[in-house]
Ligand binder design. Structure first.
Ligand SMILES: Cc1ncc(CN)c(N)n1
Length: 225
């Protein structure tokens, strides 16, 4: 099983992946994802993940909208704004996908958010505040998307025994074009970090690590831990 923690090659984000490799690997190679990869996934854990992730994605929408607003005000690069706008637009399709998938698996989308999810959503809300800099917000945004991309693309590798029922889920975040989108976000984050003050750099690194911790708890919650 490969670990692609060195994607991005250069830049601050790649250096942080290396520096925080153990927690990065826990987030991107979690036992929940490994169980999909090896074909032993418990479908009740998958259903728990589905119901909880829908709640997360609903909270992710205002977060991405806040990153877009900050990009419009501070990025000074129209191409960056368009990448983020594309990400926000894709969430519309993602919400429809969750609804379809939930009905296929007979999962209610009105379930109560579990603690790990509540905490993660609270963190997202804190990042929407105007005093959080664009650099910190875009770094967190990249990290959130990158964890899903790295996780689900593993399940699509040739040595994967992923159950066929989960191919749509794995392709949603593991496909090549989502990979390109994550690379674009990573480039935007790296460019923003290049000119950041030491205070902002330290806040962005903390946000990066906090995303990884939250992603790890989220997968564990899905396993019922
Ligand atoms: C918990 C979580 N993290 C990331 C993603 C990818 N947007 C997601 N849907 N859910």
């Amino acid at each position: 099983m490969a670990s692609k923690g060195d994607c991005g090659e250069r830049g601050t984000t790649a250096a942080w992946i290396k520096k925080h490799q153990p927690i990065y690997d826990r987030a991107t190679r979690h036992p929940f994802i490994r169980s999909i990869w090896e074909g032993t996934v418990d479908f009740s854990a998958f259903k728990r993940w589905l119901a909880q992730d829908y709640i997360f994605v609903r909270e992710f929408i205002p977060f991405v909208a806040s990153v877009l607003l900050k990009a419009c005000k501070h990025s000074g690069d129209e191409a960056d704004v368009e990448v983020i706008l594309g990400g926000l637009a894709a969430l519309n399709d993602e919400i429809s996908w969750f609804k379809k998938e939930a009905s296929k698996w007979c999962v209610s989308l009105n379930s109560t958010p579990q603690n790990a999810n509540l905490e993660y959503c609270r963190f997202l809300q804190s990042l929407t505040l105007p005093e959080v800099s664009y650099t910190v917000a875009i770094t967190a945004f990249w990290a959130i998307e990158a964890v899903y991309q790295e996780s689900f693309s593993l399940c699509l590798e040739s040595d994967s025994k992923m159950p066929k029922e989960l191919i749509g889920t794995c392709e949603r975040w593991g496909n090549a074009s989502f990979g390109q989108y994550c690379s674009s976000l990573q480039n935007i984050a790296d460019r923003s970090l290049e000119t950041a003050s030491s205070v902002v750099l330290s806040e962005a690194e903390k946000a990066f690590v906090h995303v990884l911790e939250n992603e790890n708890y989220f997968w564990s919650m899905s396993l019922g831990e």
